[in-house]
Write a protein that binds this ligand. Structure first.
Ligand SMILES: CC(=O)SCCNC(=O)CCNC(=O)[C@H](O)C(C)(C)COP(=O)(O)OP(=O)(O)OC[C@H]1O[C@@H](n2cnc3c(N)ncnc32)[C@H](O)[C@@H]1OP(=O)(O)O
Length: 421
């Protein structure tokens, strides 16, 4: 454990200390709220997983919390501690408080039997030093109005409804489609509490930034079954030559190609608009395959989930592999030495097109040497171990081992989480 300044201590935060907790994060993240906004936006924090570092005078210097997620991984799901709301008061930075909070978070997560942790990083430079690897990307596209899509059979039979987001009317529809659309996609964390489901659709006026209230487009079959949705806000812009409104999409999901086609055909043809600013999409999203002219979009790719392997054998045995492999990994892990050393990962028989693996300690020579950070980056199947070898981040001791391991760790569906926690 990293030593704290004299008199500082780690404490659990009960809900009765909510305002003190929020005050630290408001100072850390530079935001404020109002009673009107707070009344509309539920706090999603699980209070039995909320922790602070307290100063000698009993006030909070820094805080963090975690969500108890089920993380979809290649071919399976594992328990995952979703680190969130990490913040130190600006006058308490760079004294090791985050080091202590991370050690505390790791110990508490392992104590609950959670073999991995995941997070969205506020800044890219923060979490690699703690063994988190950037494990997935998302793409945001800016698409001009009228961009054409390749035809998809069945799209024309679907109909579209347009409404203002209504919690009672839409929460179950959004949650059901979100779950269905993410089937088989690593990283696709679902919103498993009422607070998280509501939080996804809240629309306090203070968040509108000059735009209209949050609207929802839903796509339905002839008998009314929902197949896709997009939550969006249009912003007015009138120029000399006429209207050039933008469409800002908060989240868009569809359960199949026909629904994707119908949804985006509608979004790309809204009157008065000039462009559509897309939500966080997986880098292999169907929309990107359907655009007739992909050069017409301006893609922005950024890091999405970061993953920290906490319990190496449980984490690696908890996912499936895309190819058979027998490889000895020699792992370094400065913060969790139980993960360090040599591990043999060996797949068994194929089942439904993928392979389960056993992971055991070994004295055999290493095939690959890597830090737990690079293992976390490869864990969801979206970052190649061979690419990391080429970048000098993974060392190969047996020729061909990186290619073979990369084929096994990779996955045909790109990992992404569609919402920031
Ligand atoms: C999952 C999430 O919640 S992401 C949100 C993270 N929070 C924020 O970005 C809010 C604003 N920032 C903060 O509150 C703080 O600066 C924190 C929490 C990021 C870091 O807290 P600190 O107590 O200052 O961290 P600590 O003193 O333990 O230092 C951690 C190390 O990371 C480095 N570090 C911390 N923040 C950053 C940063 N933003 N950029 C680059 N390096 C950083 C420090 O220099 C230090 O490096 P070292 O190990 O070489 O000494």
């Amino acid at each position: 454990m990293t030593p704290l300044p004299d008199g500082y201590r780690v404490v659990e935060v009960p809900e009765t200390r909510k305002q003190e907790f929020l005050e630290v994060d408001r100072l850390a993240f530079a935001f404020d709220s109002t009673p009107e906004t707070d009344a509309l936006v539920p706090l999603t924090l699980p209070w039995d997983r909320t922790v602070a570092v307290e100063r000698p005078d009993g006030t909070f210097a820094s805080v963090h919390a975690s969500f108890p997620f089920r993380l979809p991984v290649p071919g399976a799901t594992v328990d995952c501690s979703g680190l969130t709301w990490v913040g130190a008061r600006p006058d308490q930075r760079r004294r090791g408080l985050l080091h202590t909070m991370i050690d505390t978070h790791f110990a508490r997560s392992l104590g609950r039997g959670e073999p991995v942790s995941a997070l969205f990083a506020a800044e890219h430079a923060i979490y690699g030093r703690f063994g988190y690897g950037s494990a997935s990307d998302n793409v945001r596209v800016s698409v001009g109005r009228g961009a054409a899509l390749r035809p998809v059979p069945g799209s024309d039979e679907l109909s579209v409804r347009f409404a203002t987001v209504d919690r009672d009317a839409h929460t179950a529809l959004v949650d059901g489609l979100h779950r269905a659309a993410g089937q088989g996609r690593p990283g696709w964390i679902t919103r498993d509490t009422d607070e998280l489901r509501i939080r996804a659709m809240v629309d306090p006026p203070a968040w509108r930034n000059g735009g209209e209230p949050l609207r929802i487009v839903t796509v339905h079959t002839a008998d009314g079954e929902p197949r896709a949705y997009a939550m969006l806000r249009r912003k007015e812009k009138w120029e000399h030559a006429g209207p050039r409104h933008t469409v800002e999409i908060r989240e868009a999901v569809a359960v199949d190609a026909a629904a994707t086609h119908r949804l985006w055909s509608f979004l790309l043809d809204l009157d008065l608009t000039a462009s559509v600013e897309g939500p966080m999409l997986p880098v292999d999203d169907a929309l990107l395959h359907l655009l007739v002219d992909p050069r017409a979009v301006v893609p922005k790719v950024t890091d999405n989930l970061w993953v920290r392997v906490l319990d190496l054998p449980a984490a690696l045995a908890g996912r499936r592999y895309a190819a058979p492999v027998d490889v000895v990994l020699d792992v370094t892990d400065a913060r969790l030495p139980a993960n360090a050393g040599r591990w043999r990962l060996r797949t068994g028989d194929a089942e439904a097109g993928s392979w389960a693996a056993t992971v055991e300690r070994t004295q055999d020579d290493a095939d690959l040497e890597l830090d737990v950070r690079e293992l976390g980056a490869a864990y969801l199947g979206g970052r190649s171990l061979e690419a990391q070898r080429r970048a000098g981040l993974v060392t190969e001791r047996r020729p061909g081992a990186a290619l073979a391991a990369a084929a096994a760790f990779g996955w045909p569906v790109a990992p992404v989480c569609s919402w920031v926690f």
